[in-house]
Design a binder for this molecule. Structure first.
Ligand code: MTE
Ligand code: MO
Length: 406
């Protein structure tokens, strides 16, 4: 008969501290047994999230905000959506954390410790908007598979780190470099270490922008575990999937990076519009780069009741990928006519912009307030759903809230 191996003293003490009570018969527990109290964790506590956040999936963890939770100019961590493709790394050894550079187009392979990155290169802080390419997916018809994001997979946090460009200059990059690809510490859902849950990247021109960071602080604190502790790529304005969390390695490629979720229908859309439900040939699919113009009314909450004769002060944010938003409008007549909102300049390039308006309603009744942003190229948000694509990306339809004047 095989002898059962019991749990060690140190492990028992740490389990008890997580549970917050003495595990009375703990010494009888076999090694590797996970007490029930820890098998079904409360995701809000686990990730320090607000109770109004909405869980879309627990394997892997995916959680989104609601419009009214995104009212702050800089999104506090408790309202930041969580999007994971695999399993969050468990044993992060920050003292020994390293970042490797390799690939066809590095002059030679190079490794930096996290400490070296922080001490050797200048630090920069930017407010950067990250939106999941699949934000708004839930509205597509025929439906698209994947997390059914509504509007809450976007945020603008303040990120501090070193410029990827500065580090690449130190590494030494060959002239034939076309793309960077990240590799990270999270585990594939199958727990097969030879598979990566995601490994994406961007062309060198994006890598070389001032605002593309290797970040170690989010909103002035260590990056929370769920958001990529201790090191993350931040590429604002592009699908947030380019911003690799738990960053361990960057490959400088002489081809378009071909890592997991770079090919097929992942983060790619038909290069030209197609009919809903159409089959699209692989060569007719294009990688999503800069995200489209979009906006969100963050105050009031949809369903607000306003007293007759009072103005309604609305506010929110607008963003347009790599571009600036140049005009913000609202409509209370289902898009028949539009009025201009006050619109602020971004705090820095790739930060979302704040808008506000004071709205008069002609009489009592039900209204909808629609918001529409226009980017520097003169492109505006579509009033309703934009072009269908197989995975339901890039839904930038006008955000709408319902209000009642009583
Ligand atoms: N290593 C790693 N990085 C990742 C992911 C992931 O699963 N693993 N998900 C990506 C996707 S699809 C998105 S939308 C963003 C989500 O970032 P957040 O969880 O900070 O909101 O992280 C990106 N970076
Ligand atoms: Mo994403």
């Amino acid at each position: 008969m095989q002898r059962r191996k019991f749990i060690g003293k140190a492990a028992l003490v740490s389990l008890a501290s997580i549970i917050g009570a003495d595990i009375v018969y703990g010494s009888k527990m076999v090694e590797n047994y996970i007490p029930l109290a820890l098998q079904d964790p409360d995701p809000f506590k686990l990730f320090n999230k607000d109770k109004e956040m909405v869980v879309l999936n627990d394997k892997p963890w995916n959680m989104e905000a609601q419009a009214h939770l995104l009212d702050d100019k800089i999104t506090p961590n408790k309202f930041v959506f969580v999007r994971n493709n695999g399993l969050i790394p468990e044993d992060i050894d920050v003292k020994n954390w390293t970042l490797d550079f390799d690939g066809e187009s590095v002059q030679q392979k190079k490794t930096y410790t996290l400490e070296e990155l922080k001490s050797k290169f200048k630090h920069y802080t930017y407010q950067l908007t990250l939106e999941c390419g699949g934000n708004g997916r839930s509205e597509f018809d025929p439906p698209a598979k994947g997390n059914q994001w509504t509007i809450g997979a976007v945020y603008c946090a303040s990120w501090t780190g070193v410029r990827l460009r500065d580090v690449l200059e130190d590494v030494g990059i060959k002239d034939d470099a076309v793309y960077f690809g990240y590799h990270a510490a999270d585990l594939h859902l199958s727990r097969d270490p030879s598979k990566e849950p995601i490994s994406r990247g961007a062309p060198m021109a994006k890598a070389m922008q001032d605002e593309t960071l290797l970040a170690f602080k989010m909103n002035g604190e260590d990056i929370p575990l769920a958001h990529g502790y201790p090191l993350r790529v931040i590429a604002g304005g592009w699908p947030a999937s380019v911003s690799g969390k738990w960053l361990q390695r960057i490959s400088i490629r002489n081809i378009v990076h071909d890592g997991t979720k770079m090919t097929g229908t992942a983060y790619r859309v038909p290069c030209k519009p197609v009919a809903p439900g159409a089959k699209v040939a692989d060569e007719d699919m294009c990688i999503i780069e800069s995200m489209p113009v979009k906006s969100l009314i963050t105050y009031p909450k949809s369903g607000a009741i306003i007293s007759k004769g009072k103005k309604l002060n609305i506010r929110g944010h607008a963003w347009a990928g790599e571009l600036e938003v140049v005009k913000m409008e609202y409509s209370i007549d289902f898009g028949a006519t539009w009025k201009v909102c006050k619109l602020d300049k971004p705090a820095n390039r790739l930060a979302w912009q704040h808008f506000s308006a004071a709205i008069d309603f002609p009489k009592e009744g039900y209204y909808e307030v629609w918001a529409k942003a226009t980017d520097a190229n003169g492109v505006s948000q579509p009033m309703l759903l934009p072009g269908w694509n197989p995975k339901g990306y890039l839904n930038n339809a006008c955000h709408r809230i319902a209000v009642k004047i009583a």
